[in-house]
Design a protein around this ligand. Sequence first.
Ligand code: PGA
Length: 267
Amino acid sequence: MSRLDKLYIGTNTKMFKSIKQTDNYLKELEELTADIPKKEIEIFVLPSFTSLINAKKIVGSSIKIGAQNMCWENEGQFTGEVSPVMLNELNLDIVMSGHSERRSIFLESDEIQGLKVYSSIKNGFISLLCIGETEEEKNYHVADERIRIQLKKALNKIDLGMADKLWIAYEPVWAIGVNGKPAKPEYINSRHTSIKKCLIDIFGDKVGSEIPVLYGGSVNRKNSTEIIAIDNVDGLFIGRSAWNAKEFNLIIRDTLEIFSKRKIARS
Ligand code: PGA
């Protein structure tokens, strides 16, 4: 079975939702999606650090739970940081790195993402690496160059054996958040083609072509189906539109239907 036979769909709740709100959200989401065969889909949620202990207990294995960030060191003088050892105590599935808000507000470099991706995979997590160009880079037509640098630097120490724990989320910075403008399907298609080519350059055809590449940035119920209809989009990474469990459930169902048709057309 190919890793890409599944639809990957998840959300990062950023610095929103209290512990209670996250508990309720996850309970509702789990109930609403209970009938969806989990061999067809990877649903995941990345809540705030304070919600993680409960989150993992609430959803069991039906929804993957992950952290939005992590320090690369196991312990040490890193005030304010959370280590992989600490996250492992919570039995988390995923650790994200490189979200554009971490890069732009907290000034995290590509090299730092490399340390985080390596450490998260070494510590047994799925590493969800976010990449994406700024509006300025898009306007200078260097989006592919930027994405390639981000991938090559962050994956520098990742060997073939580690790549099966890697997921990529392509999120153009200009498409994310309240001021974001959703990218056009043709634009997404071009960037995903470049990302997949770069992953094959790094890991070879067999391994590189199996790494899931998700799209994120102002995905909502309206545009989700046309985005998932793009052949080289393996999943969706959603912010605001997934923070209501009912709405997220509808997006999951709509996109899974399109994705299943895509699989039939491919076979
Ligand atoms: P958005 O967020 O869907 O609210 O644009 C996406 C993200 O930040 O991952």
